[in-house]
Ligand binder design. Sequence first.
Ligand SMILES: [Fe+2]
Ligand SMILES: [Fe+2]
Length: 135
Amino acid sequence: MGSVLWDKRLSVGSAILDEDHRGMMDALNELNENLDSPERLQDVFNRFVHLTGVHFKREEAMMRASGFMEIKEHVREHQGFILSIGNMQEQLKNRRGVINGELLEILRTWLLSHIMKMDGKYRGLLHDQGSKPLQ
Ligand SMILES: [Fe+2]
Ligand SMILES: [Fe+2]
């Protein structure tokens, strides 16, 4: 399985949110390149979890600031994903779980489909202006 790169068809019309998405996809690519190195996997996975948390908070804050209506279902999706990756992180830490190609594919599919279907709904409605990076 090769890298999956961000391209402008995935743009949600906000430079800062596009940059977040690109960073999350890069982290998944880095996991893919390190499937044979458990130590490295854990570090990169921790980074992915961190980036995801920061991004979701930022995106939700921008949706609220812009008065975007369909936020409830969106936030529910974010929370479900945070829960899943939090469990994976815990299992990795306790050496009870592994990240393999199959799991990576699930994460990638979720992320791409979320960006296209859910994030795509606010395309053109959110603005970078006034939002500050949360990290
Ligand atoms: Fe989202
Ligand atoms: Fe997003």
